[in-house]
Design a protein. Structure first.
Length: 280
């Protein structure tokens, strides 16, 4: 028998939310192609800023997204990946354990990698790729599907000023959230069934519940106050009367309400209205 879950109520907000609460993975200013990345010994003012002309710090966070096409494991883990522009490049892991900490199930062709603060690196074999000294994020979907999911989040997120039901496409002042992902919203159980069975949320919900992916959606990429790294869900959390706050090395996250939904889903909190997963 499938585990029951519910939809959480999304009461009307008193304060206006920003028009774009979630990151857009199609934005190449934040998620650049490999060709747009700077070299390790270069300073590109697209990514860095300086106050005195001598000391440079990142002006924002950025992340390279690419799909795994091949996996090599000899001296170290090396992934061959393809970005949205079609460039195929090697990513060699120079972590202390040479990339062996990845679970076998994580390294699959067709999955997407996310590399924070990526730079181009020239290897001794005269190829150009990425020399990765930190663990990266692994998202269990293709790059094309990740972009499609990003589009859906921007269309159907309950955090938008104008909310749209993922089941019937009608605009509403308030919707009931999916308590698993806390992002998509529905008018009622009938719309929930349509979204789950007919509009792909059964598949998408499993992907979007990943803690790192949710953190990527919520990170304020344009404001740099310190480096962040994967796992992004390895954070300091405090719970008080005002809800949950999250801090990742001083990075900014959007809205306490969204965070409350994330943490409620992680803790298995089940509101008392609609059954879940929906059944026809």
């Amino acid at each position: 028998m499938p585990r029951e879950e519910k939809l959480a109520d999304d009461p009307e907000r008193k304060e206006k939310l920003p028009k774009q609460q979630y990151a857009n993975f199609r934005n190449e200013e934040t998620f650049p192609t490999f060709a747009s990345l700077q070299g390790e010994d270069d300073i590109n003012m697209r990514f860095y800023d300086t106050a005195d002309g001598f000391n440079y710090t990142p002006r924002k966070h950025w992340c390279f997204l690419a799909e795994i096409v091949d996996i090599e494991q000899f001296i170290r883990v090396k992934l061959i990946v393809r970005d949205v522009a079609g460039a195929t490049v090697p990513v060699a892991f120079h972590t202390d354990d040479r990339g062996t900490e990845f679970a076998h199930s994580q390294l699959r062709p067709g999955y997407t990698i996310a590399i924070l603060y990526a730079h181009q690196h020239g290897f001794l074999d005269f190829t150009t790729g990425i020399r990765q000294e930190e663990y990266c994020g692994i998202i269990s979907t293709t790059l094309a599907e990740l972009f499609q999911l990003s589009d859906l989040v921007h269309q159907y997120s309950t955090g938008l000023d104008i909310k749209r039901c993922h089941g019937c496409d009608e605009q509403k002042a308030s919707l009931q959230k999916c308590s698993r992902c806390s992002i998509f919203g529905y008018c009622n159980k009938s719309c929930q069934i349509t979204g789950w069975h007919d509009r792909g949320h059964k598949r998408d919900c499993k992907v979007i519940r990943d803690n790192d992916l949710q953190a990527m959606f919520l990170l304020d990429w344009d404001h740099f106050e310190g480096f962040v790294k994967f796992p992004l869900d390895d954070t300091t959390r405090t719970t008080g009367k005002q809800g949950v706050t999250r801090d990742v090395k001083s990075s900014k996250y959007a809205t306490d309400e969204a965070l409350r939904g994330m943490v409620a889903a992680e803790k298995g909190v089940r509101p008392k209205d609609l059954s879940y997963p929906p059944r026809k």
